[in-house]
Design a protein around this ligand. Structure first.
Ligand code: CO8
Length: 257
């Protein structure tokens, strides 16, 4: 594992991945994206990993795509197959993933945070798409995910002005699940990750897939998919364990089967 992403797995099954390029404000160079994608590919098939907590440290979440990289290489960065595949691996991570945002999440950093299932933000957090000031606009999903998550008006304002919003505005817009005092985002996200890590892993994955379908398909197709996915949850040993534990008035122990 590269030291561009620090990785720790705790006994609850929470894998903490922390972006670690502070000298470049965690800018998403291709090696950093590759390290993150590699960690998530491995985590996707590692049964001991139940939830991922993604953070950028105390000062910033991430300053976005690596500007120096695409200045040096131009449009080639956009067409780089490996970069596209790595970003797709991050998007496709099937287990719960929570982002803890302290400070700013700009450009690709905001897009990365939007790939998490939800964001816990410090009250000093700021979210913005400054790409327009570079003659660009978000190119790693930001126009689509910001519009779907926050709605047209705020997405347009963010992307066309390049001006960031504060944490309270992001919370009001539904971009963020919860605000905490500055310095507490990792701890709060870690506590929620531990809570989720004790839930049945198959049902978690199916629930995530079902919610994400709401952003992809018409309602009727999403409802049909929900019915198919819940049938799979019904067939698991963990579902039996959950209802048995309820009847026996004891906490359930889920094994991911
Ligand atoms: N890329 C590369 N290096 C960066 C980036 C970045 N995005 N952000 C900061 N750095 C570097 C600086 O160049 C500086 O390096 P050096 O010490 O060698 O001069 C170092 O990090 C520290 O930066 P600052 O001194 O500016 O740090 P501050 O704490 O004062 O400010 C900010 C932090 C506010 C984040 C400021 O650095 C900034 O505004 N950065 C740029 C933010 C930005 O424009 N992000 C959008 C990037 S474009 C994008 O995300 C998507 C593009 C479209 C997709 C293309 C796909 C291929």
């Amino acid at each position: 594992m590269s030291d561009l992403v620090l990785s720790t797995l705790d006994s609850n099954g929470v894998l903490h991945l922390r972006l670690n390029r502070p000298e470049a404000r965690n800018a998403l160079s291709r090696p950093l994206i590759s390290a993150l994608a590699g960690a998530l590919r491995a985590a996707a098939t590692d049964e001991t990993v139940r939830v991922v907590l993604l953070s950028g440290g105390e000062k910033q979440f991430c300053a976005g795509a690596d500007i120096k990289e695409f200045v040096a290489e131009g449009g080639a960065v956009l067409e780089d197959r490996q970069r596209i595949e790595n970003w797709a691996a991050i998007e496709a991570f099937p287990k719960p993933m929570i982002a803890a945002v302290e400070g700013y999440a700009f450009g690709g950093g905001f897009e990365l945070a939007l790939l998490a299932d939800f964001i816990i933000a410090a009250d000093n957090a700021r979210f913005g798409f400054p790409e327009i000031n570079l003659g660009l606009f978000p190119g790693d999903g930001g126009t689509q995910r910001a519009a779907r998550t926050a709605g047209k008006a705020l997405a347009m304002k963010l992307i066309l002005t390049g001006e960031p919003i504060d944490a309270a505005t992001a919370l009001d817009a539904g971009l963020v699940a919860e605000l905490v005092p500055a310095g507490d985002a990792e701890a709060r996200a870690g506590a929620l990750a531990a809570l989720i890590a004790a839930k049945p892993p198959i049902a978690l994955r199916l629930a995530k897939a079902s919610i994400l379908a709401a952003f992809e398909v018409p309602l009727a197709a999403g409802l049909l998919q929900e019915r198919q996915l819940i049938a799979r949850a019904f067939a698991t040993e963990d579902r039996l364990e959950g209802v048995t534990a309820f009847k026996e008035k004891r906490p359930p122990v889920f094994r991911g089967r």
